[in-house]
Design a protein around this ligand. Structure first.
Ligand SMILES: Nc1ncnc2c1ncn2[C@@H]1O[C@H](COP(=O)(O)OP(=O)(O)OP(=O)(O)O)[C@@H](O)[C@H]1O
Ligand SMILES: [Mg+2]
Length: 300
């Protein structure tokens, strides 16, 4: 793959045109603000006074070495973790005691780290669960969330099928997720998040386990989506992050160590230092970070 193009925020407008009735500009109110968020698990402080704003229609990256607190902050945004301090505002209203099943009603969708599909449902049914306004996290409640009337069911089915088609996964509609390659499962999980046509999409490591070309496609897709929704993206793959994000927040050991545009973050010595101090997949990440700064070379 050649040097990475830098798509502009408007680059996705043609790609969204074919989406049935879903071509729209981002809602200017679709702003997520997290202020002074702290989380502790038992005695361990996982996050300390972290703040970020996902602006309407922008892709906001959340990066940092393993254990930095990215998933924890992400889980606060989706109501899976209750912060011990801090505030969250969505669409200008304070969100308190958020529960995961309220997300859909708020116009928020998420994919979790890993895949998290229901093994006992077909791919199409999995995506249909995402389309339901009151979809819940558990398998039993997911079953309950499936439509009752035939016309509801037809409409949901059609929307789920369209979401799968958008992600090039139509041919797997009747398969069960367990037997499918990991990248396909990730596409299905993304289709399930997108089918509700959210105003805010929360993605935790959507590129993990993807090959280079799939990652490139994912980047294009995220850029396209940002034309019509706000995205919070947790991701380790630096070239992807640098390519698709408008703004980036960097965490290390539960603290915010840097924030700004991709160029600003890349130029911040605190960021490189944090990555070099970590001993897991950090050397690769740090190399990728500097490679991304040199014109977006890919890691092999
Ligand atoms: N449920 C939990 N109970 C106790 N400690 C936790 C829990 N979840 C996370 N932690 C701890 O909180 C810290 C932040 O973890 P978190 O999963 O948010 O990091 P991360 O940045 O997402 O890491 P990774 O890149 O590996 O996904 C870590 O020290 C982790 O061990
Ligand atoms: Mg994580």
């Amino acid at each position: 793959m050649g040097p990475l193009a830098q798509p502009t925020p408007s680059a996705g407008s043609t790609a969204t045109d074919h989406r049935q009735g879903r071509d729209r500009s981002p809602d200017p109110a679709a702003r997520l603000e997290m202020t002074g968020i702290s989380v502790s698990f038992g005695g361990v402080t996982a996050l300390s006074d972290v703040s970020l704003v996902v602006e309407p229609g922008q892709v906001h990256g959340l990066i940092g070495p393993n254990g930095a607190g990215k998933t924890t902050l992400f889980n606060v945004a989706c109501g899976l973790v209750r912060p011990s301090a801090g505030e969250m505002t969505w669409r200008g209203s304070a969100v308190r005691k958020l529960r995961p099943h309220q997300l859909a009603g708020l116009g928020i969708s998420r994919t979790l780290q890993g895949v998290g599909l229901f093994a006992g449902m077909t791919v199409l049914e999995n995506v249909m669960v995402g389309a339901h306004r009151h979809a819940r996290a558990g398998f039993a409640s997911a079953l309950l969330a499936l439509p009752r009337s035939d016309s509801d069911e037809r409409e949901l089915r059609a929307r789920a099928a369209a979401a799968l088609a958008d992600l090039g996964a139509s041919r797997y509609a009747d398969r069960y997720p367990g037997g499918l390659p990991y990248p396909v499962q990730k596409r299905v999980a993304l289709a399930r998040a997108l089918v509700a046509d959210p105003d805010l999409l929360l993605l935790d490591e959507p590129a993990s386990g993807l090959a280079e070309d799939e990652m490139h496609e994912l980047g294009e897709l995220i850029r396209t989506l940002s034309g019509r929704m706000s995205v919070l993206l947790v991701e380790h793959h630096m070239d992807l992050v640098m390519r698709v994000c408008d703004q980036i927040t960097v965490l290390d050991s539960g603290r915010q160590i840097s924030a700004g545009t991709p160029a600003e973050v890349q130029a911040d010595p605190a960021v490189t230092e944090a990555y070099l101090g970590d001993d897991v997949d950090v050397e690769a990440d740090a190399a990728e970070l500097s490679a991304a700064g040199e014109g977006g070379r890919h890691r092999d």
